[in-house]
Write a protein that binds this ligand. Structure first.
Ligand code: FES
Length: 409
């Protein structure tokens, strides 16, 4: 019986095979469709909400507040693997905070409406990874820090795009094709065996178009043929250019609307939520110097020991209704002492038990709050009120001596 296997001509050089990494299916980037829609909606709503919440919170850009972006950067700089970069960026905290808040709104809205979805998802992944390195790196166990989860949640949208359902990108692609008289760029998912049945090159497991080599989905010349652009999935150049113009116009429109919305939310937030100004803590019994141009604060603690304990500094450094910070001599950890009621001092190791950021006193609510993930602690006991911290703060015994100084026992 004669062999049915086609003979390859030695004179014809075979074109190099193009394979996707890990043998991913050809055009894997266009396969999300409905499957990624719930993830897209969740990430879109969450990031837009997070950005608007920051804009609406008058304390977010208020350097004196323990929940401000500046406090977050200072609190996480102590423990972050990129602390050198962070400590240099503290002086730009305000513009950085604004960029983060507006970026979150842009990423969220773009993802939600499916406009430049892959670019928005890439922005979300970069932002989440940066937050992981700064505020969540020491979360224990690691999955209790949300940023690492967000980073991985963005990756499917980076790799596969947002799908064509409920998506402005898809609407633009269809419209651009219609304007050029091209067929709509609809995609269907079918098993590869169906492609083999329909393909004129398929010959008993071999591919005539590949000179008789084995028929494989990963190198199928029919599927690989023309590669669609990443964002619009339209294959004709003029249509693609038109999609880009339409996409740009839509992005400008959505961006302007989001910026107006962000401005309105910020104005309302300041009008109804900004009544109580936050006050920054003093440094107790310390000499503080600021290095010119570096935004870096160096503190020298003047602690001495006596029968009353370790002298931290004058009690007058902690005004009623305010807090002061100090360095705990035995551990080097930051400490915080609060005088909420006259003559009554509450002191704690200020290291947050969640991921090690430094907590601050939130006078408006009379609680200790962690700027990194929002854990809150009771002022009188240090117990957790809410947030991801697994347990309360370590209480310290600080008393006022007859000489008007505070002592740590
Ligand atoms: S470090 Fe995460 S809540 Fe404090």
């Amino acid at each position: 019986m004669p062999s049915t296997r086609p003979v390859r001509s030695p004179s014809r050089a075979r074109a190099p095979e193009r394979r996707l990494p890990l043998n991913a299916p050809v055009r894997a980037w266009a396969m999300s469709e409905w499957a990624l829609l719930p993830l897209r909606v969740f990430l879109g709503v969450t990031f837009a909400y997070a950005g608007l919440q920051k804009l609406a919170n008058p304390n977010f850009l208020n350097a004196a507040s323990p929940v401000s972006i500046q406090s977050q950067m200072i609190a996480s700089a102590r423990i972050s693997p990129i602390h050198l970069i962070l400590s240099h960026l503290v002086q730009f905290a305000k513009p950085l905070g604004l960029v983060i808040a507006l970026g979150e709104v842009a990423i969220g809205v773009g993802t939600l409406v499916g406009l430049w979805t892959r670019a928005a998802a890439l922005g979300g992944a970069v932002l989440s990874f940066t937050l992981f390195l700064t505020v969540s790196f020491h979360a224990s166990p690691y999955f209790t820090g949300a940023d690492i989860v967000f980073f991985f949640a963005w990756l499917p949208l980076v790799l596969a795009g947002g799908g064509s359902r409920l998506s402005i990108d898809s609407w633009i692609a269809t419209r651009a094709a219609k304007m050029e008289g091209a067929p709509p760029p609809a995609l269907v998912a079918i098993p590869f065996i169906k492609v083999q049945q329909l393909c004129g090159h398929f010959n008993r497991g071999r591919c005539n178009a590949r000179e008789g080599l084995r028929c494989e989905a990963a190198v199928c010349p029919i599927l690989l043929g023309e590669r669609a652009p990443m964002v619009t999935r339209v294959t004709i150049d003029s249509v693609d250019r038109r999609s880009l113009v339409l996409g740009g116009a839509a992005a400008a429109m959505v961006g302007t609307t989001a910026a107006l919305m962000g401005g309105a939310v910020a104005a309302v937030g300041r009008a109804i939520g900004g009544a109580k100004p936050a006050v920054g803590p003093n440094q107790l019994g310390a000499t503080t110097t600021t290095a010119a141009g570096a935004g870096k604060t160096t503190t020298t603690t003047n602690a001495t020991t006596s029968a009353l304990g370790t002298k931290l500094g004058p009690a007058s450094d902690v005004p009623v209704g305010n807090a002061a910070t100090f360095s705990i001599p035995s551990s080097g950890d930051p400490g915080i002492v609060v005088q909420a009621v006259k003559g009554q001092f509450e002191a704690y190791d200020a290291v947050c038990p969640h991921a090690g950021c430094t907590v601050g006193y939130y006078a408006a609510n009379q609680v200790l709050a962690c700027p990194c993930h929002g854990s809150q602690f009771m002022l009188d006991t240090g117990a957790v009120i809410n947030g991801p911290a697994p347990h309360g703060l370590t209480k310290l015994n600080v008393t006022e001596g007859p000489d008007g100084n505070l002592y740590l026992k």
